[in-house]
Every structure is written in C-alpha cells, then in structure tokens.
Design a protein around this ligand. Sequence first.
Ligand code: ATP
Ligand code: MG
Length: 595
Amino acid sequence: MSDPTADTKPALSNNFLRSIIERDLALAGQPERHFAGTPGDAAHHAAGPLDAARIRTRFPPEPNGYLHIGHAKSICLNFGLARDYAGICHLRFDDTNPEKEEQEYVDAIQEMVAWLGWDWNAGGTSHLFFASNYFDFMYRAAEYLVTAGLAYVDEQTPEEMRFSRGDFGRPGVDSPFRSRSPADNLLRLQEMRDGKHADGAMVLRAKIDMAAPNINLRDPALYRIRRATHHNTGDTWCIYPMYTFAHPIEDALERITHSLCTLEFEDQRPFYDWLLGHLADGGLLAHPLPKQYEFGRLNLTYVVTSKRKLRQLVDEGHVDGWDDPRLPTLVGMRRRGYTPASIRNMVEATGVTKSNAWLDYSVLDGCLRADLEGKAARACAVLDPLKLKLTNWAELFGSDAHIETSSAPAHPQLPELGQREFGLGHEVWIEAGDFMEVPVKGYHRLYPGNKTRLKYGYVIECTGCEKDASGNITAVLASVVPDTKSGTPGADAVKVKSAITWVSVHEAIEAEVRLYDRLFTVEQPDSGDGDFLSFINPQSRRVITAFLEPSLAQVAAGDNFQFERHGYFVADRIDHQTDRPVFNKITGLKDGWSK
Ligand code: ATP
Ligand code: MG
C-alpha cells in the first residue's frame, strides 16, 4: 500500500525530538525490549520476542470531544516519528474517566486520524487500544503500591486535602491517615473497590513527600470512588484511576518508548518516573520503561481550541456545528477544504519546540496552496457578477444565438487532466470590479475605449455601459475584436495589458459560495479576562451567489479547485448537490490578481 504521508518531508532541523530518538537508538547497553504483540505486564512481554518496532509512540486522546488543529500536531508528531524511525504508533483512547466519554467521539477521532493519512495498523496488526482495558492491571498496581507501603487511603475531606497539600510557598502537611499500616490500607482499598464507601469518601494516594518542592509529588491521588457507568466496563468498577496514575501505566503496558506530551505535563514527569520505577521494582512492569518528553502546544490565532469553549460555540449556536468551516476542529477544517497534506506539512514546517506556539492561518494557507497549486483543477467563476454584452456578436457571427467554443487546460502543468471546454456567447458574466466607468490610474481592465482579453476567448473593446434609473450600472458594453481568439494564428496581434475571467450567461451554473473570515476579531480571544464570545466576528461568513463554468456541473462533494484569480474552493461536503451547488472558499491565491 502506498504511504499517503510520503509527500510530507521531514524537517530534520527543527525537531529536538528527533535528536532524542536518534540518541536513544544509538545508546549501547540498553536492556532488550520484548513485545508480546499485545499490551501487558512484565511477564506477558518477557514471553514475547524482541520488539521489531525500533520505537513506539502513541496518540492518546480522551474521547470527550472532537479533535482540533492542536491534536493534529500531536498526531502528526507521534505517527510521523514512528514512520521515520521504523517504529509503530498506537492510537490509544484514554478512556479512564467514565463521565464524559462517548462512542460518537471514539468514531470521530478514528475517522480523523485516518483522514490525516495515518494508520494504526502495522505489520498486519491493529494498534488501536483502549485504556479502560487496563483497569484490572491498574487496580493490581494500586494494591502492589499499598502493600509495598507506597500508597495509602486518605479519608480527609477534599477541602482538608486541598489545604494540607500546601502551595508554592508553603510545604504540605501529612494526612492523619498517612501512617496507617499497609494491611489496613489494603483492606480499605478493597472496600473502596467493593463499593463499601460513598463517592468521594476517600481516595488512594501515593506516599511520596508532602514537603516536596514539586507539588505534584505531594502524595498525588491515584484512585477515587465514583459510581458511574463506563462506556466499556459498564458498572464493573466504582473506583476509577486518576489520569496521572493511569497514563504512565498505559504507556508501560503498551511498551511505548517515547511518550510525547505537551509542556504542562513537565511537572508530572518526576511522578511518571517514580510510579513506573516502583512498579518495575515490584516486577509488575518490564524494563526498559517509557520516557516522557514534552513539547510546546500549537495554538491557532483568531480561534479557540479548548474543548470546553468549542463546545460552547456549538451548543449556543454561534457556529453551525462541530464541522463548521470556521472552527479549528479537524472536521471543520476538512469541510472548509484544508487537505490532510496541508495540515501535515504545517506541522512539519512549524517544527517542535519547548514553548507553546501561536500559528496564524496564513501559515496553514501557505501549506494549503503548496499542496493544491500542483493538483487542483482550474475553473472559472464569477463571484460578483456584472453582465457584459458583446454588441457586435450578431454582426460577426450571424446571430446572437451563436456560440464560440473555448477551451483551457484543466491544469496548466498537468496535461493528463485534459481540457475544459466552455462556450462563449453574446452575453457573459464578468466581475463587477473588472469595469470602471472612469478608470483610476494604472487600471487596465474594462473602461470605455480600452481593450482587454476575455481569457481563453477574444480581445474585446469596451464601448460603455447601461444604467438603471438610479444610475447603477446594469451591464457593460463591448465589441469583439475579430481574429483575436486565443489559440488561433495571429491572436496576439492586438496587444492588451490585461485578461479577465468570465462565464457565459447561456451556460453559467448558479452556485452558493460561502466566504469565510476570522471567527474572532482578536488574535487570542481566550487569553484575556473578557468573555471570549464578545470577540466573535459578526462578519465571519458571507454567502454569495456566483456563476461557475460548466465543467463544475458534475463535481463530487469534497473536491477542491482553483477558481482562476480567486483562490481555492471546495464543493461543500455536506450541502453540495449537483442541482444545488455549494462551494466554500478555502483561501485566496498567494499574490492575488494584479492590475
Ligand atoms: P483540550 O485541552 O483542547 O481539551 P486535551 O489535551 O484535553 O485537549 P486530549 O484528548 O487529552 O485533549 O489530547 C490528546 C493528545 O493531544 C494529548 O497528548 C495532548 O497533549 C495533545 N494535544 C492536545 N492539544 C494540543 C495542542 N494544542 N498542541 C499539541 N498537542 C495537543
Ligand atoms: Mg487532556
């Protein structure tokens, strides 16, 4: 099978994670890493062969929302590094929290990872995993820590616990329950598991150091009591592991080598190593253990990416759903017309750093143009239509009903895509901006007495315009200059300084075209104190009626095109129909239309 991501070139220079991986792969004297083919504990993997994958990474989404551009960064990093270093990337649903997770998100996340071009199947096996399948092991790990004197059940109230944890300036204070015997704690933990205590009545905590300068090491919670039906395990459990406990274990059971996460987890790394180290000492997990590395988050300017805020925009109707083309969700970006390659290339181009980055849509748009310039079929569209009447048509061709056939390459560099054919009749739609009754300096398009070329058609000379009673221009008048048809001998004898795009009235396809602008009026709508909703751009979407050339009559939803002079457009995935075409503008052309 061909690799759909092969066109995404690794940017070797700006990726410190590559240096780390290369260093690790070159290290001598490493313990051998066995992998039994499925996730499991030390004994399970010890019985398996040496891991054929040189590295293992994972993308670990929580199935509680739709993926956004920031997740795309993590996806492309994890899958891209695995691809580049003969490794395997797992898609793991971090579904340890029973409250907010739904099948709808599980499905949508898989669809988007695959859409981006990545595959969690490698060597004929699926590497799609669910953390909730590890609940048994996690509980066993908890019992082990208790038995080893490394964890205890704390019955303080949440308020007491919060207070006794201290803060940056104040060391924590030991819980009165901290010195219970392992046997006592084990009994309590088993009672927690068996539903003998109310939700929130007690938690299991690691026993590390209440005075540690790193607050994450002040006896972090490992398990809580929560009676909730889990989408996978149903009512089997009434206790659920905390994320900080569950995540390192998930990595270790899956034999992840490089666990990449965003910077806010940096302070969790000591606990990650503490936990896995102790579980390995106890023989539950196998060496070598996974290592966590942090990279900067990716944020996009003029939008929000927090799941909570995205949900608010959707739920309150500020946008038209999770796939609204103005949202930075991957479903929204796909609908807008961004291609998987443009997103992958953006991630490569921006690299990975140790600080959170703010990306402008212009970077993404540059990557989109780079991808589509060489691929997207060309077409003519008139977005702001004004009628042009060719007044000497009947005189030249015998009748106003006469149609001249024009053609143009579907793509100037891809002759294999063939030619587009379209007719030129006595009335055509042109852009309103291509006519000026009184031209400004440097204007070379239509104005009385000036000549221009109807692209792929004839040179015409403007003779004036028609107006309605209130003086609005209703049509432009011009005459065809004979013997100037593009592609015929001598066509260039008459020199003109411009060429304009057009669509003939007799065969123009009427279409709805949706033009998008920034969703918010400020770069970082959720950074200040103010309500981010107050920064919504009321003009973020404009819907117009445009006329398209006939080659666009039979396109599939999701197909993208370059509308000559205007930019890149996509047939809307949801609303486009052959008898009711709907296109979204993705982005403009790099250097617009000059003169
Ligand atoms: P959000 O904060 O937007 O709700 P999250 O971090 O809670 O996102 P998860 O489902 O836990 O969402 O994320 C899955 C993975 O994607 C994690 O490894 C996380 O670090 C990574 N990730 C999330 N947001 C970004 C981002 N903006 N840039 C880079 N990676 C991200
Ligand atoms: Mg998260």
